[in-house]
Design a protein around this ligand. Structure first.
Ligand code: LMR
Length: 328
């Protein structure tokens, strides 16, 4: 459906049309890759509800979930071309624009969810979010999902040596490749919409994602083992393009921002809740053997992954790493 709309539509979102009575309707297309029943999916719908009702119909928001309209990496090109006005990629996927976004991938960096939220709302998180403005991309909000965990089809992953010779799907970027390399495993970047099939075909043995993505993508059907590791994060940056943004009046920008802030609060409340619920679903499904890293296991992984810090601390920026590590 989404693709047909693109082909037959006006080619540009942010398109406005004249309503009877002279008011213009501004259409905002919001494209994302995950299921509707995820924190991002739900928050996108919340934003739609808020902006449409608060603007008395001046804005119309069309949300396209599950890579229906664009998958990664196409959604970024579509945003730059103003074919969509909102996307919310995981920070990792912005690595080509600014390597510092790989911060979320640095192994065992943040103490917990709250520490990540505080980092995003603080000086460095905001600086990072606004770092793409000279490329025509405006960051509007951080929408965290949560911590990642490993899954695979071959064997329980309890220690670093268990990763030897396996191949994992990554979202993008060198940090993730080097994380798996440090564990003796291979990796391949695969668009989110194609991961289930890649796991089913055994193109890769495993992947890493949040409880909620693992659950809503039904990976348990094609992955036998999950290791609860909390080793890295998947968090989103909500982005728009400057062409669309600059076409809005000051009042419209203000309303847009207000609705985005409210949707962000909603998203953060939902993120932990949905991940916990999904963890319960995964446990109850009985389809996967689940292992939780002990403190000693965790230490072994921290040590094994040290080369990632050696290689990327300067590339990402020491000040970012420190701010993230010290965040509470
Ligand atoms: C992934 O590709 O695994 C995630 O970035 C998908 C998402 O948007 O949560």
């Amino acid at each position: 459906v989404g693709l047909m709309l693109v082909a037959s539509g006006c080619g540009g979102g942010g398109s406005s049309s004249q309503q009877a009575g002279g008011t213009k309707t501004i259409t905002v297309k919001f494209s994302h890759v995950v299921a509707e029943s995820t924190p991002k999916g739900q928050a996108a719908l919340k934003f739609k509800e808020l902006l449409e009702s608060k603007s008395n119909g001046q804005f119309k928001v069309e949300v396209y979930p599950s890579s229906q309209l664009y998958g990664d990496p196409e959604e970024m090109e579509a945003l730059l071309a103003n074919n969509v006005q909102l996307i919310a990629p995981s920070a990792t996927k912005l690595v080509g624009l600014n390597p510092a976004f790989q911060l979320v991938d640095m192994p065992f960096l943040f103490k917990n969810d709250q520490a990540a939220y505080n980092f995003y709302d603080g000086e460095y998180g905001q600086k990072l979010m606004h770092s793409l403005e000279n490329k025509g991309i405006l960051g509007l909000a951080w929408w965290p999902n949560g911590s990642k965990h490993f899954t695979n089809s071959k064997r329980p992953l309890k220690r670093p040596a268990d990763f030897q010779g396996l191949k994992f799907r990554t979202q993008s970027g060198g940090v993730l490749d080097d994380q798996f390399k440090a564990l003796g495993a291979g990796s391949q970047t695969i668009a989110f919409g194609e991961v289930y099939q890649a796991l089913q075909n055994k193109t890769v043995d495993g992947t890493e994602n949040t409880f909620n993505n693992i659950d809503t993508q039904k990976y348990a059907e094609v992955q036998k083992y999950m290791t609860v590791s909390y080793h890295g994060r998947i968090d989103y940056v909500v982005l728009t393009n400057t062409k669309f943004w600059n076409s809005l009046t000051e009042d419209q920008k203000k309303l847009f921002t207000e609705c985005m802030n409210e949707a962000t609060k909603y998203e953060r409340k939902l993120a932990d809740e949905l991940n916990q619920k999904s963890f319960e679903n995964l446990k109850n499904s009985g389809k996967m053997e689940i292992y939780t890293l002990t403190d000693a296991d965790r230490e072994a992984f921290v040590k094994a992954m040290q080369p990632v810090y050696d290689k990327y601390t300067d590339k990402i920026g020491k000040e970012y790493i420190e701010a993230a590590r010290n965040s509470k």
